[in-house]
Write a protein that binds this ligand. Structure first.
Ligand code: MG
Length: 283
């Protein structure tokens, strides 16, 4: 596998990603996929999808879990509805995440990924302790499938995420680093965060964003923008990935499914930008 294969976030039938045909037209060799709805998580559906990927010369590098009832409408709603953190849905979503891990195995993929949600700040709280237990339970299941779990960044500061990973204390828990999320959620300067968590980074998103105004940062979203137009600094981002020894896929995310034409055009430009930077940095 070559250094920094380019990829795109894709959807089978759920989530904000592009359709497989778009990935194929863009000529990218890898995709991450959003897990499909329960009814589509069948052996037959997995086999059919794998066949389409093989025909397109595309490899699935990670499967992202997601759940009914999640909403990213604003930061407060995200905190209330996303991931394994909300207590009233925690047990049901743990079960569903195990099923997503089983589906991921059918796709011959060894990485499951997840927005776990806003990890409680009080590490002595019952909710935090129970989230640790829940995550270990999931990781044990994931291990039986020969897999690891990568946590998406953004909803925690780098330090809080490191604390959580240390408290879970399992060797198949890693990070999917998304620099734009650090900006969108206002949780920290992305390059500094990447250096801190670098040893756990096993997959990444290439996404860009602009900070919200200082007085509302952390309570109101920043703005997601085309790759290279935001505050991440793509060349610095890739140089830092090189510095921490990351050689895995560069998976482009552009979360504007309401405008599919623009989404595809922006991703096309992102592919070109990453190819140029890769040639300059990785040779
Ligand atoms: Mg992301």
């Amino acid at each position: 596998m070559s250094h920094w294969e380019i990829g795109v976030f894709a959807s089978i039938d759920a989530g904000l990603g592009v359709h497989l045909e778009v990935a194929q037209e863009l000529g990218v060799p890898t995709i991450q996929v959003h897990a499909p709805h329960a009814g589509t998580r069948t052996p037959a559906a997995a086999a059919a999808f794998l066949q389409r990927c093989a025909a397109a010369g595309i490899r699935v590098t990670a499967v992202f879990g997601g759940f009914e009832g999640e909403s990213y409408a604003d930061i407060a709603t995200t905190a209330r509805t996303v991931g394994l953190v909300p207590e009233q849905t925690r047990a049901a979503r743990l079960q569903e995440m195990k099923e997503i891990s089983d589906f991921t195995r059918l796709l011959h993929c060894s990485t499951v990924a997840l927005h776990i949600g806003f990890v409680p700040h009080d590490t002595s709280s019952v909710s935090y302790r129970d989230l640790i237990t829940t995550t270990r339970d999931l990781l044990d299941h994931v291990r039986r499938n020969g897999q690891q779990l990568n946590l998406e960044t953004g909803q925690e500061s780098a330090d809080h995420l490191l604390q959580f990973i240390a408290d879970v204390d399992r060797d198949n828990l890693f990070i999917n680093f998304d620099p734009a999320n650090m900006i969108l959620y206002g949780t920290g300067e992305p390059i500094e965060a990447l250096r801190k968590v670098g040893r756990y980074v096993r997959s990444v998103h290439c996404k860009d964003a602009r900070w919200a105004a200082a007085d509302v940062r952390g309570t109101a979203w920043g703005q997601e923008v085309p790759l290279g137009d935001g505050d991440v600094g793509m060349e610095r981002y890739l140089r830092t990935l090189q510095e921490i020894g990351y050689t895995g896929p560069l998976t482009i995310e552009r979360e504007i499914p309401q405008d599919r034409d623009r989404q595809k055009a922006d991703i096309g430009h992102a592919v070109t930008l990453l190819q140029t930077l890769r040639a300059r940095i990785a040779g």
